[in-house]
Write a protein that binds this ligand. Sequence first.
Ligand code: R5P
Length: 305
Amino acid sequence: MSRVIFAFPGYEDIADNIAKELHYSLGKLFTKNYPDGESLIQIKTDIRGKEIYLIGGLKDPDSKIMGLIFFAETARELGVGNVHLVAPYLAYMRQDKRFQKGESISSEVFGSLVSKYFDSIITIDPHLHRHRSLSEVYFIPNKVLHASKPVADWIKHNVEKPLLIGPDEESKQWVADIANKAKCPFIVLNKVRHGDMDVEISVPEIEDYETYTPVLVDDIISTAGTMIKVVKYLNRQGKRPVCIGIHAVFAGSAYDNLMASGVERVVTCNTIPHTSNAIDISKVLAEGIKSLSLDNELKLTGTKS
Ligand code: R5P
């Protein structure tokens, strides 16, 4: 079956890289917002009977969700085989329980909404905390990929004697994996969040690592409050850390605040387009898409249950 890759704005380079890597064709898509904020999408490639992949991250999800739904529904009306969503960054994963009485569990509502329109979903390092797997919130075939290899490669090539630091217990999963691949030590701190902009961090003794370069690693940098707290602590120890975020959400002035906080450098993966992007995840996505396509083929030919 022939396969076509489409890109939502900001993801054209990644789509191009994936199309080249997998020898898929690139589809033409026009998108715009009317002055009143409503979305328009126009699929300009013949997709009848084809398998299509839409690459589009979900930062600012409320402004993107209608475009995604219009894309999937229009693709079906135009006779597409299957329509897959490749969302390098998946939003709404942090609201994974009712923190206050009456709150919505947004991760579940958002997951079931997207599942109604797409045949499968691929993403990179979603914030899986209380939900242990993506299948708890997405009712379609899904694939969770990891940025750990390109992040570890970047560290190996750019940081001398790194000590990886995860800001909280949740970060252990990705920090341990990256440290293992980069062959360097890691520690994990203890974080208590009192509010959106108010976090408290306790830092264990790091005297044993006096000669190391601290590298803070987190999945999401949103307000940057978490990272800034640790940066300030390290500054008092005479250290300027390198900060690595997988997903560069950077709400409001977060990036400027982090840059001004006493860091050596801030780098992120291009799961969300941002000036700090230095780590390319195109290859990770290409491998994920390829293996999902293979899974689907095996299912279609009945060689796998
Ligand atoms: C939450 O547990 C995440 O792993 C990150 O630590 C968090 O999203 C960072 O948020 P902020 O940049 O707002 O402190």
